[in-house]
Design a protein around this ligand. Structure first.
Ligand code: ATP
Length: 320
């Protein structure tokens, strides 16, 4: 769907994008994450032919960009920072004008198409208000409506929830999931790791212009080798595990213990056979935040990553 090879953009001595090899596959909801200034917007603009690359190749929907933009762009819905609109016209009028350059059809078909797009993004009731009176969130929704009007095969969105309140973010997430289930491949940039973790199935991490990680989200959320166990009898659990090879109790807090063990099912069997009443057992996995911090190192404080690593709790010696 999107493939770049050695994609690079320099502004004078600044390499905004540096040798990026993107691989976005059909059916992905791909999250393109990175700190402010890491090069996300520049990359998105190059994908759409709005900025010329200094070097490297771009293929979108199997065609070379920007050379084939006339045949590619009608098949792509795009939302980039600060969506453009005529401020004195209503959202509906703006979409109607945009649609006039689109796929055509009768006046009635066009009216329906505009109405449906406004409804999809929650702007159906906004009436004749001019866009200059819209909030940032409403402008963002209008930009999304414009991106949706062509029922695109591929949606490319730059920070789509920028300026939206929590309810708006939730609505946009549901909208994107709905479109994805109807066959649209989604590529979105974001600096909000929690948003990407909830929505995306494949992630690329940009750090100072370089793509430092690209993988399935599920692979990034790999096991930490630690298992949390909740039991009414933690002392008994610690004693059962004390002589077991490959099981180390790392923490005990209230009714919860954390055990280093590679196989949660086997750990459960050991505890149950030892007479421990286990009420909850879960494998601790790396969060996306942890994976990103691991590869972005020193610049990681520029990614929205509040708080310390959840998995870095100091080990507490536990005795039976
Ligand atoms: P944000 O999340 O803040 O939008 P970003 O990841 O989208 O950031 P870009 O806007 O692509 O990052 O910027 C990447 C780098 O390129 C930054 O250092 C920026 O200052 C620089 N840059 C972007 N556009 C230009 C330009 N037109 N001229 C000079 N430098 C630019």
């Amino acid at each position: 769907m999107i493939r770049t090879t050695g994609l690079t953009k320099s502004y004078g001595s600044v390499r905004a994008v540096d040798g990026v090899d993107l691989d976005v596959r059909a059916g992905d909801i791909y999250g393109f994450v990175g700190a402010n200034g890491s090069g996300k917007t520049t990359t998105v603009r190059m994908l759409l032919g709005l900025v010329l690359a200094t070097s490297g190749q771009i293929q979108v929907l199997g065609e070379e960009m920007p050379r084939r933009r006339r045949s590619v762009l009608p098949r792509v819905g795009a939302l980039i920072e600060n969506p453009a609109a005529y401020p004195n016209l209503s959202g509906r009028r703006n979409l109607t004008l945009l649609d006039a350059a689109g796929p055509g059809g009768s006046r009635r078909t066009r009216k329906t198409r505009v109405g449906e797009a406004l409804e999809q993004v929650g702007l159906a009731g906004v009436g004749r208000r001019p866009v200059k009176q819209y909030s940032l969130g409403m402008r963002q929704r209008l930009g999304l409506a414009a991106a949706l009007m062509r029922t695109p095969e591929l949606l490319i969105l730059d920070e789509p929830t920028n300026g939206l309140d929590p309810q708006g973010i939730l609505e946009i997430r549901e909208l994107l999931l709905g479109l994805h289930s109807q066959g649209t491949t989604v590529f979105l940039s974001s600096h909000l790791l929690a948003e990407v973790e909830q929505l995306c199935d494949r992630v690329g991490v940009l750090d100072r212009g370089r793509l430092v990680l690209q993988d399935q989200l599920s692979s990034m959320q790999r096991s930490t080798g630690r298992v949390s166990v909740r039991t009414a009898d933690p002392a008994h659990a610690v004693s059962v595990l004390s002589g077991v090879d490959g099981a180390t109790v790392l923490e005990r807090v209230g009714q919860q213990i954390v055990v280093e063990h590679q196989d949660p099912a086997e750990l459960n069997r050991l505890l149950v056979e030892g007479g421990v009443r286990v009420s909850e057992l879960s494998e601790q996995r790396m969060s996306l935040e942890q994976s990103v911090l691991a590869v972005t190192g020193a610049s990681s404080d520029r990614v929205d990553a509040p708080g310390a690593l959840r998995d870095s709790a100091t080990r507490t010696e536990v005795t039976a």
